[in-house]
Ligand binder design. Structure first.
Ligand code: ADP
Ligand code: MG
Length: 343
């Protein structure tokens, strides 16, 4: 069960002013799970700032230092879906019991607990049990716990028992270090002035920083051209532009079909074959990310599915990308193709 991505470690998580408190608290927690006042540890911050990476680094480090500890990483979406499945099978007690056996419970993106009342009730009893037994809880959220809407007050007050630490957009020096480690891990090199140019011009989040790097590499290999400042300027101009330029759902569907060698009509039918389901989910995810169509319109392009199916698909893709590096590679490669097509 690939819950933890082994690439997400503390070694590859660069420390800077933007994340120092959260990273150090995470390290402390990994060394003494349940044995510090940082319980729960809540890591919050905007998209692409490293919440999943840091949360998984804690899990990996615990396993590394203490292989006997039971560590579970789960997204709140998956937790809720499991809860619903167990409810259908009258097995809520099994569900709660399973979670109560865990030493280190990591729940990613708790903002999706929003309005899932019954799941919150289950989480509340799991939280209490684990906390009382000295087990560690690590939670991530896109907002500070005090700004979380639709989450029960009794849960929010428990989140305040521990430490909440935020992740900010990295400063210039940290961006340089992040680019350096990504290049080192992929065995790449490029002129310093190019690295500096990217760090200086990408100011949104770390995922975009990586995206810019990938775009540049792709352009360089596609055009059989050395990476230099001129190419970097051209690619980054297009990179920024490509996120605003419109590409159609049809075009994305074609690209995905070609990539996975799946027939176009299969994508629209109700087939439950795994490869086709995944291709369909990725297409929805990319359509949401790269077109301005509503969820409803996207659903209609897939044989009239409704918007909740689209939401679910996008979430499934995100979850899989966090835990399955091969899957993530495919999605990133496709994302790259879509971005290039939009140039
Ligand atoms: P979030 O879960 O907050 O949306 P992720 O954890 O998925 O963000 O991070 C997005 C990408 O940025 C990942 O590839 C991650 O490895 C990388 N990243 C984020 N912060 C750092 C950091 N401090 N050092 C190295 N890589 C980072
Ligand atoms: Mg995440």
């Amino acid at each position: 069960d690939p819950q933890l991505n082994p690439a997400y470690t503390f070694d590859t998580f660069i420390e800077g002013d933007c994340n120092r408190v959260a990273r150090r608290a995470g390290k402390t927690v990994a060394e003494k799970p349940g044995g510090t006042s940082f319980n729960p540890l809540v890591v919050y911050g905007g998209v692409g700032l490293g919440k999943t990476h840091l949360a998984q680094a804690i899990g990996n480090e615990v396993k590394n230092l203490n292989p006997n500890k039971v560590v579970l990483y789960v997204s709140s979406e998956k937790f809720i879906n499991q809860f619903i499945d167990h409810g259908r099978n009258n097995a809520i007690n099994d569900f709660i019991h399973f979670y109560q056996m865990i030493d280190v419970l990591i729940i990613d993106d708790i903002q999706f607990f929003n309005r899932a009342e019954k799941s919150q009730d289950a989480f509340f009893s799991i939280f209490n049990h684990l906390h009382q037994s000295g087990k560690q809880l690590i939670l991530t959220s896109d907002k500070s716990p005090k700004d979380l809407e639709g989450v029960q007050e009794r849960l929010l007050s428990r989140f305040r028992w521990g430490l909440s630490a935020d992740l900010q957009v990295p400063d210039y020096e940290t961006k340089i270090e992040i680019l350096d480690i990504k290049m080192k891990n992929d065995g790449l090199d490029m002129p310093r002035e190019v690295v500096k140019y990217i760090a200086y011009n990408i100011n949104s989040n770390v995922r975009e920083l990586e995206g810019a790097l990938i775009s540049l590499l792709a352009q360089s290999s596609l055009n059989k051209r050395e990476i230099d400042l001129e190419l970097a300027k051209k690619v980054l101009r297009n990179f920024v532009k490509s996120s605003t330029k419109e590409i159609t759902i049809d075009a994305i569907q074609k690209m995905v079909c070609e990539y996975f060698d799946v027939a176009y009509d299969k994508l629209l039918q109700k087939t439950r074959k795994r490869e086709i389901v995944q291709a369909r989910q990725i297409t929805m995810y990319l359509s949401k990310a790269f077109t301005k169509n509503s969820l409803k319109t996207i659903g209609e392009h897939f044989g009239g599915r409704d918007h909740t199916t689209v939401i679910h698909s996008c979430q499934t893709v995100k979850d899989l990308m966090d835990t399955d590096s091969l899957f993530k590679e495919s999605v990133l490669e496709l994302q790259q193709k879509v971005q290039l097509a939009a140039m």
